[in-house]
Write a protein that binds this ligand. Structure first.
Ligand code: ADP
Ligand code: MG
Length: 321
């Protein structure tokens, strides 16, 4: 069977003709005037696949837009417009009212306006296309990483996946942290302000939707470089940190390195930008930091606390379970 990315590559990838960036990055980029480009991204959420049946509709409305704005943030673009297309089993005001409130709570926060969509009856599926603005030469691509760059994440990694595994009954989370972890999974925060700042500081970026290692590998492949990351440098939520040092260590490492759905940014920058980035992260209240370095030698290596290489867990792929 083909993987998710294999099938896109084989059947749907075409070299861009008019676009500055076609497929293969977090957003496509099209130039609308010599100094302005539109960054365009689309993400679809399917009930039972991306969210549990019965998910709180306010949170779902938020998340559908958040995952799209997160791709704009990964490019450094400023959100501007979106379209909303969905299939709905029934036209239920008790669901539609909170769903639209959640959607527009986030839209209003970033002054992004709805400009259309499509509505049909069918199994619950929501697809948003978001557009943002950026000067084309400022867009942060996956392909800009250079050997010697430091690799950063914007905030704690693994919380959303930990909550998902708890929901599946495969682990437990402490009562006191359950709601915060639930919010990590159900209402991710797109790192828009950070993305805008990184336009002037980062060389490459991606948002972590499928898992840290898998998404970092997209940067490595696009940039033709390698990387080494250190497990103990990756910021971790308290509940996961406890598991990393206890009997569930193997599961915790898997969630930490390859758990998806956090929608934090992973980016690379020269060491000369370190202080400015650290200051910005703390201004934004984020506990991000440097997790490793880009290397000229290809491949990704993850090291444990003692410097020993860890086996890399597989990141999420829709067609490889
Ligand atoms: P992200 O996680 O950033 O939303 P995806 O993993 O969904 O990105 O997609 C990876 C890349 O493949 C993106 O550049 C996306 O635009 C492109 N892509 C995904 N599906 C298709 C498709 N059916 N046809 C063409 N390009 C696609
Ligand atoms: Mg992305």
């Amino acid at each position: 069977m083909l993987s998710e990315f294999g099938l896109i590559e084989r059947y749907f990838r075409r070299a861009p003709v008019r676009a500055v960036v076609g497929g293969g990055d977090d957003c496509a980029l099209i130039e609308i005037s010599p100094r302005r480009a539109l960054a365009i991204t689309t993400d679809m959420l399917v009930e039972g696949r991306h969210f549990f049946a019965g998910t709180d509709p306010y949170r779902l409305g938020w998340k559908c837009l958040a995952v799209n704005l997160s791709d704009l943030a990964a490019m450094g673009a400023t959100p501007a417009y979106f379209t909303l297309s969905f299939a709905l089993p029934k036209a239920d005001p008790a669901w539609l009212e909170p769903f639209s409130r959640g959607l527009f709570a986030l839209a209003d926060e970033h002054k992004v306006e709805i400009i259309g969509g499509d509505t049909t009856a069918g199994p619950l599926t929501i697809s948003i296309t978001a557009m943002g603005e950026i000067a084309p030469e400022k867009a942060i691509k996956r392909s800009g990483a250079m050997a010697g760059d430091e690799i950063w994440v914007s905030h704690e990694i693994g919380g959303a996946a930990l909550q998902l595994y708890a929901r599946w009954g495969k682990t437990t989370v402490p009562e006191a942290e359950a709601e915060a972890l639930m919010l990590r999974m159900e209402m991710p925060t797109p790192r828009i302000a950070l993305g805008e700042f990184l336009r002037d500081h980062a060389r490459a970026a991606i948002d972590i939707s499928d898992g840290l290692c898998g998404d970092l590998q997209h940067i490595l492949r696009a940039s033709n470089v390698g990387a080494v990351i250190r497990l103990d440098a990756i910021p971790v939520p308290q509940a996961l940190s406890e598991k990393l040092h206890g009997s569930e260590r193997d599961l915790a490492i898997k969630l930490h390195l390859s758990g998806g759905d956090d929608y934090e940014l992973c980016f690379t920058a020269p060491a000369s930008a370190r202080e400015a980035i650290a200051t910005k992260l703390s201004e934004l209240g984020l506990r991000g930091g440097v997790i490793g370095e880009i290397t000229a030698a290809l491949g990704l290596r993850a090291l444990d606390e003692h410097g020993a290489a860890l086996a890399l867990p597989q990141s999420f792929d829709h067609f490889r379970e």
